[in-house]
Write a new protein. Structure first.
Length: 710
């Protein structure tokens, strides 16, 4: 049966005044002595035996970089002897080892000859003084200086501490650099502080791994930091969680810029520049519109007499829409807008972000996916309508390939690189706001047709021929056959959005393809956004963006199904016609025929005419302001849903950025929709079905209730 063994760990310590040192590369010998020579309970670490051990040398070695020597020993009584740097031999007290025991013993070397330790609170040469660490301050450094004789074999000295940071320091200014000199700064960082110095004679430098329960470690007290009194109010604030930059922020920036470019205010400036001699924006407008105006002026004609005024505003409006159909520059405040609304500080210029978003071919990512489906089709740079039949230089060059008419086929590059960023939903809400009905009532009276009411409220509408308004209304009536009818618009509203008007002219509509699920998907998106904003405002949590992303995917899928047939041309045509209507109604002559409320601050000058007409005719008393907001905000939201590549996105950060970017528009749409229909889409509908009733049904119902109250 094998004899059981235990382990012994020998620590060799030295002192310099009151400072303890762990000694590295000290020579250690372990002797086996008679069992009666020591107390079996173990040694006292503080006691040192000056009597050399009598017995057989069992093990010898040197202390490692941690200042200790360990070895297994069979059961018995032993005594350790150590020497450091050629000094005197010193023995430990005897110790006894039982099987499987681990015993720690200490050999205490007397004062290290020639060593001196000094401390300072300023690291100035004159301030170093010998003494103990009794003035430690929390967060304030204390400097050590250790010196030893030049003939000493000691090569390295270091300071180790817990509850503090130790940094080697250069000599103080004015002190000469010596080989046997060591400086270090000790910065207490905790109330519990302990330290131990280390010295090595040869070989590896001291590297004490742990000061916990180690012999020789000192733990002086640390003075706490001084108390600083704070006067006045102390405020604490939380802020919304930040998001991260995504390249599709560029799409939202494009849409915001395009919406501003097509706004009525910009259109009014443009028309005043042409027809009223307003030169305040002459340089910018000349650069943007001159070529479009010249192109359309040569190509737009009407087969009627005395309609030149109407023809001019029609051509000018078409030029305005064409020039602003595709905007590839951004607002000057875009970076600050994103920082304020999305909580993202852009790391790149917004235009560089847009360039990166449309790489490599200049296509929006959604349209790049569509292009990939038609990869077998060539890209055409010109449309058939771009040719001038009388100018052969505009004809495409004769092909040299096997197909002589290849230039007639392919995908139009402009449709991919420069899509028109406007939506038919803008026209829908303006039509629900009675914009078209207002001009229809005026043109009927202009033609001496009595209205449906017993007493015609427009009986005194007499437009004199001395001012331009008379001829503009004449041209509008003459050109009726060349404009979109309410029936055509209604069919397309249903095709793109599943929305329908209510009225005698459209009661028997039989659509072939209706987006019947869009209203549910769109209202679900708005309701999800309202819930997201409430959670996002809670600064103690991070709102989940996945519900918003899923709602965007569903609405995008349904919207894209309606992007066919008349989608490419009817929204632009409807936009041109309704902008013309707004501009005609904004003419100051109408103040003489339609009594308006002067003190109501409408944002656009045509709006009070529509509200006044609704009052005269007994139509809905909901202000046209709410319908106008639904048109503007709804268009921006739907554009973001349509042209975002949502079906290829799986992380919610893009949806979070989109929701935050369009928050003013979303909440403006929710408020306007409640004002118009009485339905609050922002309420929690977790346990109820989302409202999918046609807005026109709500409008008819509210009009009936209004008339009953009257």
């Amino acid at each position: 049966m094998s004899e059981k063994q235990g382990n012994v760990i020998i620590y060799v310590l030295g002192t310099v005044d009151s400072f303890p040192f762990a000694l590295v590369e000290a020579d250690v010998e372990i002797f086996k002595i008679a069992d009666g020579a020591a107390d079996a309970t173990g040694p006292s670490p503080s006691r040192v035996s000056k009597k050399p051990p009598q017995g057989e040398c069992i093990s010898k070695g040197t202390t490692d970089s941690d200042g200790r020597y360990s070895t297994p020993l069979p059961a018995g009584t032993y005594q350790a002897r150590a020497t450091f740097a050629g000094g005197k031999e010193v023995s430990s007290t005897p110790f006894h080892i039982c099987g499987d025991d681990t015993i720690e013993a200490t050999v205490q070397v007397p004062q290290l000859a020639g060593f001196k330790v000094a401390v300072s609170e300023t690291h100035c040469r004159a301030d170093y003084a010998e003494g103990s660490l009794c003035n430690l301050h929390f967060g304030k450094p204390t400097w050590f200086r250790v010196t030893w004789p030049s003939g000493s074999p000691v090569t390295t000295v270091a300071v180790f501490a817990s509850g503090a940071t130790v940094s080697p320091a250069p000599p103080p200014p004015g002190a000469s650099v010596q080989d046997h000199e060591y400086y270090a700064a000790v910065l207490p960082t905790a109330s519990q502080f302990a330290y131990l110095l280390g010295a090595a004679s040869t070989g590896s430098a001291p590297a004490l791994t742990s000061l916990q329960s180690r012999p020789g470690v000192l733990a002086p007290s640390v003075r706490p930091p001084p108390i600083t009194s704070v006067q006045g109010d102390l405020s604490i604030s939380l802020k919304r969680s930040a998001s991260s930059q995504t390249s599709d922020l560029a799409l939202s920036s494009m849409i915001r810029r395009a919406s501003d470019a097509l706004s009525f205010d910009r259109y009014m400036d443009f028309m005043n520049w042409i027809f009223c001699g307003d030169g305040r924006n002459d340089s910018a407008l000349t650069t943007s519109y001159s070529s479009k105006l010249a192109q359309l002026d040569r190509r737009r004609f009407l087969p009627f007499t005395d309609t030149d005024g109407y023809r001019n505003i029609k051509a000018a409006t078409e030029a305005f829409v064409m020039a602003n159909c595709c905007i590839y520059d951004l607002e000057t405040d875009e970076a600050s807008y994103i920082a304020d609304h999305v909580a993202v500080d852009l790391t790149t210029d917004p235009m560089a972000l847009l360039t990166d978003y449309t790489k490599p071919d200049g296509f929006l990512p959604y349209l790049a996916v569509i292009r990939a489906k038609l990869v077998d089709e060539r890209l055409k740079n010109s449309d058939i309508g771009d040719l001038r039949l009388r100018n052969k230089s505009t004809w495409p060059p004769h092909g040299t390939g096997s197909d002589p008419v290849a230039a007639c086929y392919g995908v139009l590059r402009e449709k991919l690189t420069c899509p028109c960023l406007h939506e038919l939903i803008w026209s829908y809400w303006n039509e629900e706001g009675m914009l078209v009905q207002t001009i229809n009532a005026i043109t009927r009276r202009f033609q001496n047709m009595r209205g449906p009411l017993p007493n015609d409220p427009l009986a005194n509408l007499e437009v004199d021929p001395l001012r331009p308004l008379n001829n503009l209304i004449w041209g509008w009536i003459q050109d009726e056959q060349h404009r979109l009818s309410v029936v055509r618009r209604n069919y397309e509203y249903d095709h793109q959005y599943g929305l329908r008007l209510a009225g005698k002219a459209v009661n028997n509509a039989r659509t072939a393809d209706s987006r019947s699920k869009f209203l549910e998907a769109f209202h679900t998106l708005l309701s999800t956004l309202a819930a997201f904003y409430k959670r996002d405002d809670d600064t103690t949590m991070v709102a989940d963006g996945f519900p918003v992303l899923n709602a965007l995917k569903e609405a995008h899928l349904i919207l894209s199904q309606g992007a066919h047939n008349q989608f490419g041309d009817l929204p632009s045509t409807a936009r041109i016609e309704m902008l013309m209507l707004q501009w005609i109604l904004a003419r100051p002559e109408f103040r003489e025929f339609i009594p308006t409320r002067i003190m109501v601050a409408y944002p656009e000058p045509w709006m009070d005419r529509v509200d006044a007409m609704k009052k005269l005719q007994g139509w809905t008393d909901t202000s046209v302001l709410h319908f106008r907001n639904l048109a503007i905000f709804g268009e921006e939201i739907v554009l973001g849903v349509r042209y975002g590549n949502w079906n290829s996105i799986y992380e919610p950060v893009s949806a979070v950025n989109w929701a935050r970017y369009w928050r003013p528009q979303v909440q403006g749409y929710l408020h306007a929709y409640r004002s118009v229909t009485g339905v609050d889409l922002s309420v929690d509908v977790t346990n109820a079905r989302i409202d999918t009733t046609m807005p026109s049904v709500h409008l008819v119902k509210r009009l009936s209730e209004q008339r009953q109250r009257v």
